[in-house]
Design a protein around this ligand. Structure first.
Ligand code: SF4
Ligand code: SF4
Length: 122
Protein backbone atom coordinates (compact mmCIF):
# COMPACT_ATOMS: atom_id res chain seq x y z
CA UNK A 1 0.00 0.00 0.00
CA UNK A 2 1.31 3.44 -0.85
CA UNK A 3 1.27 6.24 1.65
CA UNK A 4 0.33 9.60 0.15
CA UNK A 5 2.51 9.04 -2.90
CA UNK A 6 4.88 11.83 -3.70
CA UNK A 7 4.96 10.75 -7.33
CA UNK A 8 1.26 11.32 -7.77
CA UNK A 9 -0.11 14.51 -6.33
CA UNK A 10 -3.25 15.93 -7.91
CA UNK A 11 -6.23 18.14 -7.75
CA UNK A 12 -8.44 15.54 -9.37
CA UNK A 13 -10.44 12.79 -7.68
CA UNK A 14 -14.16 12.46 -7.54
CA UNK A 15 -15.87 15.80 -7.25
CA UNK A 16 -19.64 15.43 -6.88
CA UNK A 17 -20.69 18.17 -9.27
CA UNK A 18 -17.94 18.06 -11.85
CA UNK A 19 -18.52 17.22 -15.49
CA UNK A 20 -19.16 13.57 -16.17
CA UNK A 21 -16.27 13.75 -18.61
CA UNK A 22 -13.96 13.71 -15.58
CA UNK A 23 -12.56 10.16 -15.43
CA UNK A 24 -12.27 10.38 -11.64
CA UNK A 25 -16.05 10.38 -11.37
CA UNK A 26 -16.05 6.91 -12.87
CA UNK A 27 -13.08 5.65 -10.92
CA UNK A 28 -12.30 6.32 -7.24
CA UNK A 29 -9.54 3.70 -7.29
CA UNK A 30 -7.04 5.89 -5.45
CA UNK A 31 -9.56 6.48 -2.66
CA UNK A 32 -9.86 2.71 -2.34
CA UNK A 33 -6.16 1.86 -2.61
CA UNK A 34 -3.94 4.43 -0.95
CA UNK A 35 -3.31 5.26 2.67
CA UNK A 36 -4.12 8.94 3.11
CA UNK A 37 -2.09 10.62 5.83
CA UNK A 38 -1.83 14.33 6.58
CA UNK A 39 -1.06 16.79 9.35
CA UNK A 40 -3.41 16.82 12.31
CA UNK A 41 -3.66 20.56 11.69
CA UNK A 42 -5.82 19.80 8.65
CA UNK A 43 -8.51 18.34 10.88
CA UNK A 44 -11.38 20.61 11.88
CA UNK A 45 -10.57 20.06 15.54
CA UNK A 46 -7.26 21.87 15.07
CA UNK A 47 -8.50 24.58 12.72
CA UNK A 48 -8.48 22.70 9.44
CA UNK A 49 -11.33 21.48 7.29
CA UNK A 50 -11.31 17.67 7.38
CA UNK A 51 -14.24 16.37 9.45
CA UNK A 52 -12.89 14.75 12.61
CA UNK A 53 -15.20 11.76 12.47
CA UNK A 54 -13.76 10.65 9.14
CA UNK A 55 -10.20 10.57 10.44
CA UNK A 56 -8.18 8.39 12.78
CA UNK A 57 -5.22 9.48 14.84
CA UNK A 58 -1.90 7.97 13.76
CA UNK A 59 0.52 9.99 15.89
CA UNK A 60 0.39 13.29 17.74
CA UNK A 61 1.25 14.94 14.43
CA UNK A 62 -0.44 12.76 11.82
CA UNK A 63 -4.05 11.95 11.01
CA UNK A 64 -5.37 9.44 8.46
CA UNK A 65 -8.56 9.18 6.47
CA UNK A 66 -10.62 6.49 8.12
CA UNK A 67 -10.69 3.26 6.16
CA UNK A 68 -7.62 3.91 4.06
CA UNK A 69 -5.45 1.57 6.12
CA UNK A 70 -7.82 -1.37 6.02
CA UNK A 71 -6.80 -4.63 4.37
CA UNK A 72 -9.20 -3.65 1.60
CA UNK A 73 -8.73 0.12 1.73
CA UNK A 74 -11.64 2.43 1.13
CA UNK A 75 -11.85 5.96 2.41
CA UNK A 76 -14.87 6.51 4.64
CA UNK A 77 -15.69 9.65 2.64
CA UNK A 78 -15.99 7.83 -0.67
CA UNK A 79 -19.50 7.14 -1.93
CA UNK A 80 -20.59 5.05 -4.88
CA UNK A 81 -19.02 2.10 -6.63
CA UNK A 82 -15.36 2.13 -7.62
CA UNK A 83 -15.00 1.92 -11.37
CA UNK A 84 -18.61 2.90 -11.97
CA UNK A 85 -19.65 6.18 -10.39
CA UNK A 86 -18.18 7.70 -7.25
CA UNK A 87 -17.97 10.93 -5.31
CA UNK A 88 -15.96 12.31 -2.44
CA UNK A 89 -18.38 13.21 0.32
CA UNK A 90 -16.04 15.90 1.65
CA UNK A 91 -14.65 17.22 -1.62
CA UNK A 92 -14.42 20.84 -0.45
CA UNK A 93 -12.90 19.77 2.85
CA UNK A 94 -10.63 16.92 1.72
CA UNK A 95 -7.04 16.84 2.98
CA UNK A 96 -3.99 18.01 1.06
CA UNK A 97 -2.86 14.60 -0.29
CA UNK A 98 -6.21 14.35 -2.08
CA UNK A 99 -5.99 17.90 -3.40
CA UNK A 100 -2.50 17.27 -4.75
CA UNK A 101 -3.02 13.82 -6.25
CA UNK A 102 -2.77 13.90 -10.03
CA UNK A 103 -4.93 11.81 -12.33
CA UNK A 104 -2.82 9.86 -14.76
CA UNK A 105 0.30 9.71 -12.61
CA UNK A 106 2.08 6.47 -11.74
CA UNK A 107 0.23 5.91 -8.47
CA UNK A 108 -3.09 6.59 -10.22
CA UNK A 109 -2.21 3.92 -12.76
CA UNK A 110 -1.30 1.45 -10.01
CA UNK A 111 -4.49 2.17 -8.11
CA UNK A 112 -6.61 1.70 -11.21
CA UNK A 113 -4.83 -1.56 -12.02
CA UNK A 114 -5.58 -2.80 -8.51
CA UNK A 115 -9.26 -2.39 -9.33
CA UNK A 116 -8.98 -3.86 -12.81
CA UNK A 117 -9.16 -0.50 -14.56
CA UNK A 118 -6.88 0.49 -17.45
CA UNK A 119 -4.46 3.38 -17.19
CA UNK A 120 -5.83 6.73 -18.22
CA UNK A 121 -4.90 7.68 -21.73
CA UNK A 122 -2.89 10.91 -22.02
S1 SF4 B 1 -7.11 6.64 -9.46
FE1 SF4 B 1 -6.68 8.31 -10.90
S2 SF4 B 1 -8.47 8.39 -12.29
FE2 SF4 B 1 -9.04 7.21 -10.44
S3 SF4 B 1 -10.04 8.74 -9.08
FE3 SF4 B 1 -7.85 8.58 -8.52
S4 SF4 B 1 -6.83 10.22 -9.69
FE4 SF4 B 1 -8.85 9.87 -10.64
S1 SF4 C 1 -11.19 12.35 1.26
FE1 SF4 C 1 -12.26 12.18 -0.68
S2 SF4 C 1 -10.66 12.42 -2.28
FE2 SF4 C 1 -9.64 11.93 -0.30
S3 SF4 C 1 -9.40 9.67 -0.28
FE3 SF4 C 1 -11.33 10.17 0.75
S4 SF4 C 1 -12.93 10.03 -0.83
FE4 SF4 C 1 -10.93 10.19 -1.86
Amino acid sequence: MISTPADCMASSQPEPDASMSDPCLHCGACCASLRVDFSVHETEELGGSVPQGLTVEVTAHTARMRGTDHARPRCAALTGQVGARVACGIYEWRPSPCREFEAGCAACTRARARHGLPALQP
